[in-house]
Design a protein around this ligand. Structure first.
Ligand SMILES: [Zn+2]
Length: 167
């Protein structure tokens, strides 16, 4: 399927949406789940599309996140992705914006914004740079663990408010 066809379908299903953020993400998930087969295996893996399509949103701080469905939809209408790969990246960005919080501090390595994730085994919050591969502990030191970081749960972000909330 061509990306334009898939985009038209996306707009038909998703862009008429005018509800809460959590509902928007659920609509996005349902749509993605029905269309996953149009992305090849590599692209699905590169953007985590399979996880996104079926993730349980309940543990994540969607209400505290900063995603604005209106802004994102206006953006994709203005600059439509030209390939399935960039469309996959766009969906992934919307989703992450919707379930993770942005940290107050910026990346020590490149200065970009960071998302609050967690290392589940170590049971600590980890800040992940949006641009480079740098990950930091709450104290600013580099985190070099090898487990896969998960989005921080609501419980976690409420326990480390100083990392994201402007007090
Ligand atoms: Zn960085």
């Amino acid at each position: 399927m061509r990306v334009q066809t898939l985009l038209s379908d996306f707009f038909r299903e998703v862009s008429s949406f005018t509800g809460e953020r959590r509902e928007f993400l659920e609509v996005l998930q349902r749509w993605l789940n029905a269309k996953l087969r149009f992305w090849n295996k590599e692209t699905r893996a590169a953007w985590g599309l399979e996880w996104i399509a079926t993730a349980d949103l309940a543990p994540y701080p969607v209400e505290l996140a900063t995603l604005s469905p209106e802004v994102e939809l206006a953006q994709i209408k203005k600059y439509p992705p030209s390939s399935l790969d960039s469309f996959g990246m766009f969906i992934s960005e919307i989703f992450w914006e919707g379930i993770t919080l942005e940290a107050i501090s910026n990346c020590n390595n490149c200065g970009a914004g960071m998302r609050i994730m967690e290392a589940t085994e170590e049971d600590i919050p980890v800040l992940e740079c949006k641009q480079c591969v740098c990950c930091q502990r709450a104290n600013g030191q580099c985190w070099e663990g090898d487990e896969i970081l998960r989005p921080a749960t609501t419980q976690r972000v409420l326990a480390c408010r100083e990392l994201w909330a402007v007090c």
